[in-house]
Design a protein around this ligand. Structure first.
Ligand SMILES: NC(=O)c1ccc[n+]([C@@H]2O[C@H](COP(=O)([O-])OP(=O)(O)OC[C@H]3O[C@@H](n4cnc5c(N)ncnc54)[C@H](O)[C@@H]3O)[C@@H](O)[C@H]2O)c1
Length: 376
């Protein structure tokens, strides 16, 4: 199989879809990896390392897209890449389909076979490709929030850990999954006064014992309103897989927040959890609305691409191998998590939650089976 790895086009993006180690593994399995020149540079991987791993370096974006059978990326394709969608091409990437309507429409109408990292779910509900990025974004959220709280960044001038005789900052983490619990752990480690909210009590249980003790709160509209009114820093880390993030912080609640409080909306990649959240970029990560500082970067792990690329490639490689060694149809038939990840095939949408979010009719199971058998 020919596997393509383009340079990422999203603003500030510095990760790359496959590392040289992953390339070597795929080459050993008999596949050809086409890597766009300098695709790995910002993650610390040179073209020379890819060549040594068996890759073929391509001069242009179109050479990669047009020359491969399976395209592996990090972030959703950029509009300039939609022209390369075709029905005999598979794309494996973060796609954020509910939040990226134009992209989803382009994927479906072109007939491309799209598999979304976000949707790939194990039988126990874990999302193994999202997890490493959520872990990293959760840890970064506190760094970014702490920076935004400094006076020279326009913040209220509050230190997370406080000082002797001066209370620590109040941090409210909404969502106690992978991103939220990592954010909470870092905030606790930095001496902040932490509340963590979730609608799943099992997720809160980890924070009821020392050394990771935090104020655990079952999330409801009123509980959240009470917590954020006291907060210096709020972290948004909720997820409903496949769907847009629920808008938990309303404009009315925002009005009750402290002046210059900071919201880091990690779930902005799924549309954001505050009514006032809108995606920003690493170049200009924050804006102020109703006296509250919003940090809404949808690709936070790109700040630490060396760590993030290796973590992501470690997680995706076993699935890339299954897709390329078995062939798409057989791999999807054999491995339910790949079936879960399938977003579109043969001009049909395969995920009902995304379908509901965007008002697109989904393929029935029978139609899907027929489309997959045509690929075999
Ligand atoms: N901005 C970025 O760079 C970046 C990077 C990685 C992940 N993310 C995003 O971070 C978010 C969290 O991902 P995760 O892997 O931690 O998900 P997760 O599934 O591990 O955790 C999500 C948690 O949200 C909780 N939840 C759902 N609805 C809720 C509600 N109404 N109130 C309170 N809690 C609720 C769930 O019970 C769950 O515990 C996702 O949107 C993901 O896409 C963003």
């Amino acid at each position: 199989l020919k596997i393509g790895v383009p340079r990422e086009r999203k603003q500030g993006e510095s990760r790359v879809g496959i590392t040289p180690d992953g390339t070597a593994e795929l080459s050993r399995n008999g596949h050809t990896v086409l890597v766009e020149t300098n695709a790995g540079l910002l993650s610390g991987f040179s073209d020379k390392q890819y060549v040594a791993a068996g890759a073929s370096i391509q001069e242009s974006l179109s050479d990669v897209w047009q020359g491969c059978d399976l395209l592996v990326k990090v972030k959703e394709p950029d509009p300039e890449e939609y022209q390369f969608f075709r029905k005999d091409l598979s794309v494996f990437s973060f796609l954020h389909p509910a939040a990226c309507e134009d992209l989803t429409n382009a994927l479906v109408s072109s007939g491309v076979i799209a598999l979304d990292y976000d949707l790939l779910a194990l039988p126990n509900g874990r999302l193994p490709l999202l997890e490493p990025m959520s872990e990293i974004a959760g840890k970064l959220a506190i760094q970014c929030g702490a920076y935004a709280m400094q006076t020279h960044s326009g913040g209220p001038g509050i230190l997370l850990g406080g000082s002797i005789g001066v209370p620590a900052a109040r941090v409210v983490v909404v969502g106690a999954g992978v991103a939220g619990s990592n954010a909470a752990r870092v905030a606790i480690g930095m001496g902040a006064d932490v509340s963590i909210l979730d609608i799943n009590p099992d997720r809160l249980a980890a924070f009821t014992d020392t050394p990771l003790r935090a104020r655990t709160v079952f999330s409801s509209e009123s509980a959240l309103a009470r917590e954020i009114a006291l907060a210096d820093l709020v972290i948004g880390a909720v997820l409903v897989p496949g769907d847009l993030a629920p808008k938990l912080i309303t404009k009315k609640m925002l009005a009750q927040m402290k002046e210059k409080a900071v919201i880091v909306d990690i779930c902005i990649d799924q549309g954001g959890f505050a009514e006032t959240s809108r995606a920003t970029s690493l170049a200009e990560p924050t804006y102020v609305e109703d006296n509250v500082i919003h940090y809404c970067v949808p690709n936070m792990p790109a700040m630490v691409p060396r760590t993030s690329t290796i973590a992501l490639s470690n997680a995706t490689l076993p699935w890339i191998k299954k897709l390329s060694n078995l062939g798409l149809a057989k791999a999807i038939d054999t491995y339910q998590p790949l079936r879960e990840a399938l977003l579109s095939v043969g001009q049909g949408l395969c995920n009902p939650i995304v379908g509901d979010a965007l008002g697109i009719k989904c393929l029935s199971e029978k139609q899907l089976r027929e489309k997959l058998s045509q690929l075999a």
